[in-house]
Design a protein around this ligand. Structure first.
Ligand code: PAF
Length: 274
């Protein structure tokens, strides 16, 4: 396995391997089983490139950025075990190239959920994703369904600028308590982790009630109260259609429940398909 923080070296590596197909797995490091699943989903006979870059532009909260876990040595070791071919870990100077993208118009569906509550977040994601795709020109790129709205943005960018790029969607990996894996879980103590178990159970309970014919808004208020009684502060809890992110109505077979909440100042998101 090779690794570099130099853009020049990355280009040399790409040129040397120009006859091969590439799968890109973009990450911010602190790799957990969710990331490893993304790596596993890279099609066989493609070169696997994992990028590791904590993209300041997508953090709307500087404390969240400062606290983001950095575990580069163990990340590299995990990549090695998972047969990654190249780890690209640009340094801070990479930020300059991200700012070349101007006049960014995100589609309407980026204005809700995290787009509404995290000012500038998706512009930051847009810039890094487009830049990585521009540089590496992958044939495939893997993204997790946990970040559902991000996945829609990635698909939008791919369809607009990279018609030959296949986006591989990877299902959310949960621990045995059903908490969706996230690097931010490392910042929770044992007690808070137990509280985090309620998030998925809450989503499951709402799903069942909706399927049984209950009104979402009524059920939502009840569940928010339950979560808040466990000191989980709900930022949003919404029921939206999968492809447009419009508020769900009519045939809801293609819809999902989306939640963002805080436990001990740590922001977690999750979603569940109806
Ligand atoms: O999902 C993430 O870890 C990040 O948003 C991504 C896609 C690596 C862009 O920085």
């Amino acid at each position: 396995m090779e690794s570099t923080s130099s853009i020049k070296d990355l280009y040399k590596y790409l040129e040397f391997n120009s006859d091969k197909k590439i799968t890109l797995i973009p990450t911010m490091g602190n790799l957990h089983k969710g990331h490893l699943k993304l790596i596993e989903k890279a099609p066989a006979n493609t070169i696997k490139i994992v990028s590791i870059y904590i993209n300041k532009l997508q953090f709307n909260n500087s404390n969240d950025y400062d606290c983001y876990p950095k575990t580069i040595n163990s990340d590299i070791a995990k990549c090695q075990v998972h047969n990654v071919d190249m780890v690209f870990m640009p340094d801070e100077s990479f930020a300059k190239s991200l700012n070349e993208y101007k006049d960014i118009h995100l589609p309407k569906f980026m204005n809700c959920l995290c787009g509404e509550t995290r000012d500038g977040h998706f512009i930051g994601v847009y810039k890094i994703i487009r830049n990585l795709f521009d540089m590496i020109k992958p044939n495939y790129a893997c993204f997790g369904l946990k970040d559902f709205q991000q996945l829609l943005l990635v698909k939008f960018v791919a369809s607009k600028y990279f018609p030959n790029l296949d986006i591989i969607e990877v299902k959310t990996i949960r621990n045995k308590e059903k908490i969706a894996l996230s690097s931010r879980l490392n910042r929770l103590d044992k007690k808070s982790l137990v509280r985090a178990e309620s998030i998925f159970f809450s989503l499951k309970s709402i799903r069942q009630k909706i399927i049984d014919g209950a009104d979402f808004n009524t059920v939502k208020e009840e569940e928010i109260q339950k979560l808040e009684s466990k000191s989980i502060s709900v930022e949003y809890l919404e029921h939206r259609m999968n492809s447009s992110l419009d508020v769900a109505k009519g045939d809801i077979s293609n819809s999902s429940l989306f939640i963002a909440c805080y436990i001990n100042n740590v922001r977690l998101i999750d979603n569940i398909q109806i």
